[in-house]
Design a protein around this ligand. Sequence first.
Ligand SMILES: [Zn+2]
Length: 476
Amino acid sequence: MKIRIPCSSILLFSLLFLFCKQSPAQELTPLVKQFVSVNADTLALIHVNIVDGKGGPAKTDQTLVIIKGQITMMGNSGQLTVPATAKIIECNGKTLIPGMVMMHEHLFYGERVAPYYLGLAMPFSFPRLYLAGGVTTMRTGGTVEAQTDLNVKKWIAEGKMVGPDIDVTAPYVERESLPIPEMMFIKNTDEATKGVNYWMSMGCTSFKAYMNITKEDLKEVVSIAHKNKMKVTGHLCSITYREAAEIGIDNLEHGFMVSTDFVSDKKENVCTSGTQSLMKLDVKSEAMKDLMRFLISKNVSVTSTLPVFEPYSSREIFPGGGDSAVVAPVKETVEKVYNSFVGKDSASAALFKKEMAWEKQFVDMGGRLMAGVDPTGAGRVIPGYADQHSLELLVEAGFSFSQAVKVCSLNAAEYLGRDKEIGSIEIGKRADLVLINGDPLKDIKAVRNTETVFKNGIGFDSKKLFESVKGKVGLY
Ligand SMILES: [Zn+2]
């Protein structure tokens, strides 16, 4: 969707931008300050390797100057005169990537307690974990407690809580079917209208259509959102990707894994799992290429959520780590489920590989791919750890490290309409940065060695953030 902004708004926006740049540094409460490891008006990161988020090759031995939270100078070390007042950080052997902009995050954790599936709010641990893992901006991909997410967003913005900036998605637009007691169900299209308008008035800025809705529901949601210059994504089932693109949806979640476009006897507006049809589909399928071409022509972005689909065999129980973050009884349950699937998941492992190839193909064809971790499923996906791991999985899928970083930063910033401000390491942009100890281009596992996460030029101690929520996931 293209958004047209009248000239007067551009002027107003520029004035606001100037005002923001000149306003004094944000006041942080002691609770937030305890995690701050770097806070200086003028800062210079020297001898650092930069992967700037635009997809091009890495630049070695760079110097980056940050003044009042903004990147003001960047260039080869030795050719750049660092301001005398700058606090110098020696970054030899370290790599800098943009703060990650992740698109399928949640402030709740999924727990299966048969016959239900619970979405338990994690307003304490999750924002810390996301920031620790390098996420400086996130979009929630649906919610079961929008009011919690809105408060967390506000408190983070006010410096009262630690975490990324949040684009809050309204409660899922969904009709009753799944056994999720926290979910807000609509009974008809009229309730979809009411819900979207209400949550928009409360401060939600994104919308997500879910698995059991009608095309009429989706049309209504898209129409209201677009009138208000907001966007709609979907984890669909009852509606095919092609139908949703025709209606005008902006984004589709879970790569191509939840497409029901290839179900031969698909009934209109009825959810039937597409998994079997995707397993049968050839990785080089022309029909899939056709669908991708159509999505690209309709400017539909796709969100990769590889961590939540990660197979069991020869994989970590908690992809990217994070075992120690989970409270003991929940960890035991997750491990039990994991063990019951090991060695028996060859079909889903094969589909996972196919999904990786499809995501790469979509990008090669010109599609916009973004990424998210989705801490639901079998409870194996832990925010922060899994966000770092997303980079590993995208590289496993065949992307270069620079491309993987772009999927996790600039592509999403562009989608959110915030690429003038965030998403890449460029002069004039906000100093949202992840300082990694090591070189992920040589060893991708180095992405797990996040040292400092800069948000608005303020450096947060990644390890300390991770430490602070050990054993808390599953509790709060
Ligand atoms: Zn989700």
